[in-house]
Design a protein around this ligand. Structure first.
Ligand code: CUA
Length: 330
């Protein structure tokens, strides 16, 4: 199986504005926390050395061990009051500063709906010409969040079932997706690239395999992607194969433009309109190759235990037909 290895970027090597701010804060906390560690470490070492010197067999009498009450109080005052104040005030100042400088969104910021499902990510985009989801037509895709680089975008975060948490360590901090609630995250990738994301809140058996990618494009390339992705599927296929495809895949998955006579649009599983253009499948678990896809359809639970894809029992020609049709959904 062509398993897609998780190569997650370090939060300490940021590529996004939010992550850079968090990294700066982290380093301030790291260096300040070294101060008490060094002081306490020095005291422990001093006590150990003194113990050894005073141990039985030593030639001189035990050293004076009772410290006067006055110096006891002084140690408590310095170590318990003065030092914490000196350390925590700078941390508080920098933390509040970081929070106030967060990437922000306004009514013009490009908005993307992200809905968490066990165990994949449903994405909703405004159709070309609009920036906001409520402004008009939208379209759906899944598991690969395409964004423009160099400017903030806003994620509208919701959940269909249980709590999830969206995290792209290189770009920003985590934000929860909570049923019945809408959270928002303004996020910015400073340069084009592919950034690994994952679910950071235990949400069930498939949690560890609930990943996604953020793909940041140059402006022009992003507009092209938007244009392509918003278009309906372009699949020339005979009626019999189409019916088979409808019965096998399109019961749970929407394929825009293929089943015009249908009165429902299924969003139980990821939208497959441009499935073949995605890099990975199973929420970023295996590479999107014909072999990977055949394995996924034939044995979804073997690839990703706990996922909601049913075992369809397809094999031989039937399986090949599905793999072939899906592979043409460019
Ligand atoms: Cu979704 Cu963990």
């Amino acid at each position: 199986m062509t398993t897609h290895a998780l190569s997650i970027g370090s939060a300490l090597d940021p590529s996004g504005t939010g992550a850079s701010q968090i990294t700066d804060l982290w380093w301030v906390m790291f260096w300040l926390s070294l101060i008490p560690i060094v002081i306490v470490g020095a005291i422990v070492v001093a006590i150990l050395l003194r113990r050894r010197r005073d141990s039985p067999g030593a030639t001189h009498p035990p050293a004076e061990t009772s410290v006067s009450e006055r110096s006891d109080r002084l140690i408590i005052l310095l170590g318990g009051v003065v030092l914490p104040i000196l350390l925590l005030i700078p941390v508080a100042v920098v933390a509040v500063g970081t929070a106030s400088e967060r990437v922000t969104a306004d009514d013009e910021t490009f908005e993307i709906g992200v809905t968490g499902h066990q165990f994949w990510w449903d994405l909703e985009y405004p159709s070309p010409g609009s920036n906001r989801l409520d402004d008009g037509e939208t379209f759906r895709t899944a598991n690969e969040i395409h964004i423009p680089a160099g400017r903030p975008v806003e994620f509208r975060l919701e959940s269909e079932d249980v709590n999830h948490s969206l995290w792209v360590p290189e770009l920003d901090g985590k934000t929860d997706l909570i049923p019945g609630r809408t959270n928002r995250l303004a996020i910015q990738a400073d340069s084009p690239g592919v950034y690994q994301g994952l679910c950071a809140e235990f949400c069930g058996l498939g949690h560890a395999k609930m990943r996604f990618k953020v793909i940041a494009h140059e402006e022009e390339e992003f507009e092209e992607w938007l244009e392509r992705e918003s278009a309906p599927a372009d699949l020339e296929v005979d009626a019999e194969s189409l019916a088979e495809f409808g019965d096998s895949c399109a019961v749970c998955h929407d394929v825009r433009g293929l089943f015009e006579e249908r009165t429902f649009r299924s969003s139980f599983g990821p939208d497959l309109t441009h499935f073949a253009s995605r890099r990975t499948l199973g929420a970023d678990i295996i590479s999107n190759t014909p072999q990977g896809l055949a394995r996924w359809i034939a044995d979804p639970q073997g690839v990703k235990p706990g996922n909601r894809m049913p075992h369809l029992g397809l094999e031989g020609d039937e399986l090949n037909l599905m793999v072939e049709l899906l592979g043409r959904l460019e």
